[in-house]
Structures are given as C-alpha cells and as structure tokens.
Design a protein around this ligand. Structure first.
Ligand SMILES: [Zn+2]
Length: 264
C-alpha cells in the first residue's frame, strides 16, 4: 500500500514537471534574443579594373548568394515594425530574426535586390535620401517615387528615411537637424501614403542632439552604421547597431560574421 502511494506521488510530481516544461516552451523567454541588422549600399559589378569599394558595393550575383545563404541558414527576415513591437511591447519575434537594410536608395536596389528578395520571399528596408528620388547624382542613379511605391506595395520592401539631403547630422545646428529629419519624413509619408518611423543617420554620425532631433520629429527608431554587435532588448532604440556587409565576402563568410557578432 505504501509502495503504491509512493508510486502515485512520484507519478504526480513527474506529471507536473512535464506540464511545467511544456508550458515553459509555449512561452519562450525572449529576453536573450539578439537581432542582427546588416547593411548594404549599392549593387553593381566591379569596374573594368575588376575593383570596387567592397564596403559600398556588391555584385548582383554575390548579393543573391548572400540572400540564399541567410535563407538556407534558417534566418527569418523581419521589418522594423516587428522589431519595434518586440522592443516596446514584448511581442515575440520569429526564429532567428534578421533585418536586411540598404542605405541611400540606389536604383540598383530596385534593379537587382528587389527581384531577388521577391523570389526568395525575404524582407528588407531601404533608407532613402528623400531629395534624390529619380535623380542621377554622381555615377549612381537613385530609384524614383513610383519605383519606391511599387516595392512598398509588394510587401517585400519597406522604405524609411536616410534624411532629406544626407548631411552629416552631428555637424549641424538644431534647426538644420530638425529640417533634415522632418522634411524627409513628410516627403516619404506624402509620396508613399504611410508612416515613416525609422531614420538611418548618414555616415552613422549621431550624438544626443541628433537623437533628440529624431525623437522630436516623431521617429521611433534610429540606425547607426559600421558597428559590431547585434541588438538586444536592453539597447537604445535610437542607436540600432548595423553590421556593414563586405561585398567581397562569400555567403558562407557572411554567416560566420553574423555569428561572430551575435553576442559582442
Ligand atoms: Zn548614406
């Protein structure tokens, strides 16, 4: 009789432990999640000398192999709206979240990146210099507002602000910062018919005054440039770290770089 009671007690404890384990896995602890944010600029083939600046350029073929590597490794591309909901409201992120970004808004993003991302069903965010839409300044043309709308409507690409004219914000007065922030936000919202909530600081140049300007203009998130590390719940929403992708590296090496940065 005693033996049966002990068996019953052990069975009861075992059952509670099993239930507790399953409950825990149904509500995973997301506090240690890290979100890598990677940064590209232009997509083009190397010039006739076979060279380009790999921190600002990547060939179309290599870009596609990067995206394929990220997908095959089980990453889920997310947008900044999901990032914000996680940061502010604790909404869980999908497994292995990653954010893919582009700065400046080059036509090559529309020409090469957009079709690849659409084909692979991956998301990315392009930070545009608002006053350069449809213009061909220097050697690299920028996509138009119509092309921005087409990408946005696909659900694949989000469009956010890289300020109005790409001036280095940390060198500007408060009113100049306010103009760069607000004029780009207004142009994006009026041309694309949706809220612009994220700014990427040109050259990553930011300080407390720049962050105050971003807040005042109504931005909810701000991105830096050229960092190491990834982003956790404890990090400043106005100082999101981004890893600049080296355009000479293979997809396999990119995965290693992301992994190396995961808990820096
Ligand atoms: Zn830029």
């Amino acid at each position: 009789m005693m033996k049966r009671a002990v068996t019953f007690a052990l069975f009861t404890i075992f059952t509670f432990v099993i239930i507790a384990c399953f409950s825990a896995s149904a509500y995973p602890d997301t506090s240690n999640v890290r979100v890598p944010v990677i940064l590209y600029h232009n997509i083009m083939d190397p010039d006739h000398n076979g060279s380009y600046d790999p921190l600002l350029n990547i060939s179309p073929g290599l870009f596609e192999s990067h995206m394929q590597a990220i997908k095959n490794d089980g990453y889920t591309t997310i947008g900044f709206a999901e990032y914000y909901n996680w940061l502010q409201n604790g909404v869980p992120l999908p497994p292995k979240p990653i954010i893919i970004t582009f700065d400046d808004g080059y036509y090559s993003n529309y020409q090469y990146a957009y079709p690849v991302l659409k084909k692979l069903n991956m998301k990315a965010t392009i930070f545009i210099i608002a006053d350069r839409r449809g213009r061909a300044l220097s050697e690299n043309p920028h996509f138009s507002w119509n092309q921005a709308r087409e990408m946005l409507d696909s659900g694949v690409i989000d469009i956010q602000s890289h300020t109005y004219s790409h001036r280095v914000l940390s060198t500007l007065s408060d009113s100049e910062i306010a103009y760069e922030m607000s004029a780009s936000k207004k142009l994006i919202e009026s041309n694309l018919g949706r809220k612009c909530n994220v700014v990427a600081y040109p050259q990553g140049a930011m300080n407390d005054t720049v962050i105050a300007g971003a807040r005042k203009a109504g931005y909810k998130l701000g991105c830096k440039v050229g960092d190491s590390g990834t982003n956790s719940l404890a990090d400043d929403p106005y100082a999101i770290k981004r890893i600049t992708v080296n355009g000479n590296q293979t997809g396999a090496r990119l995965l290693e770089v992301i992994e190396e940065n995961m808990f820096l």
